[in-house]
Design a protein around this ligand. Structure first.
Ligand SMILES: Nc1ncnc2c1ncn2[C@@H]1O[C@H](COP(=O)(O)OP(=O)(O)O)[C@@H](O)[C@H]1O
Ligand SMILES: [Mg+2]
Length: 231
């Protein structure tokens, strides 16, 4: 059993989309994936299916019930803000140590545990901690998701440098294609590869749904179990 922490160069880059695709790929291989979104802001109970925890539950084939939401996403806040600010809007505080110990306990019997972070690598999550402190405290390797918009390369390389400075192993980067941009997905990947060393960079085109795609097969091979073990 291994754990991967899905983080982003920013928000809305495709972390949830990539996580759902990886879950679908591993389920296709007959593997059990346990996905968590411990901190979720902008959460509207009336639209739970459209939320990140809702998307992860659906990808895992589990119903969107209060019990399941509590199990995979115990810190849910209404305001679409960084978790510390969203918590403050409800008169609450995020206890960083509690988030870390929850994230350590979520192993279960899965072949792979996937934890989706929130926002970008250094989004504030508590009074004095950002996402990178959370990943570092867990000691888990990271999957870095970024986009292909103009400016994404700087965001991706800055995030990568920050993770490496904290000696967090970054197992791969996924570039999830941004629409309406001047730079192509292929050019973004080619350009980034000059600066990232031997770390795999996976190009993920814009898809109709996070269903099967070779990019997810590549991630499945990297993080879990080889394709030869497909049932
Ligand atoms: N490769 C892709 N193909 C199609 N839609 C995508 C892709 N990557 C991201 N999206 C869509 O873009 C939006 C933001 O992605 P999401 O995964 O929610 O980002 P994040 O979790 O990083 O905030 C969502 O509507 C998602 O479905
Ligand atoms: Mg998300």
């Amino acid at each position: 059993m291994s754990t991967i922490f899905v983080t982003g160069a920013g928000t809305d880059v495709g972390k949830t989309f990539v996580t759902c695709g990886l879950i679908a790929e591993l389920r296709r291989r007959g593997r059990a994936v346990a996905a968590f979104k411990p901190l979720a802001s902008g959460f509207d109970p009336a639209r739970a299916a459209a939320s990140d925890p809702g998307a992860l539950l659906t990808a895992m084939g589990e119903p969107i019930t209060s019990a399941n939401l509590d199990r995979i996403a115990p810190w849910r806040f209404a305001a679409p803000l960084a978790p510390d600010a969203a918590a403050a809007a409800e008169g609450k505080q995020v206890d960083f140590d509690a988030v870390v110990s929850f994230s350590r306990r979520v192993s279960g019997s899965a072949d792979l545990v996937v934890i989706e972070g929130v926002g970008g690598v250094m989004s504030p999550i508590a009074a004095r901690h950002t996402v990178i402190d959370w990943i570092s405290a867990l000691g888990s390797p990271a999957l870095l998701v970024t986009g292909s918009y103009l400016g994404a390369q700087s965001h991706a390389l800055t995030a990568l440098a920050a993770l490496r400075a904290r000696t967090i192993p970054v197992r791969a980067m996924v570039v999830s294609e941004t629409t309406d941009t001047t730079i192509s997905l292929a050019d973004t990947v080619r350009s980034l590869a000059r600066f990232t060393g031997s770390m795999p960079i996976v190009a993920l085109p814009r898809l109709a749904s996070s269903a099967l795609h070779p990019a997810f097969a590549t991630l499945g091979d990297l993080f879990c179990c080889d394709a030869a073990r497909v049932k």
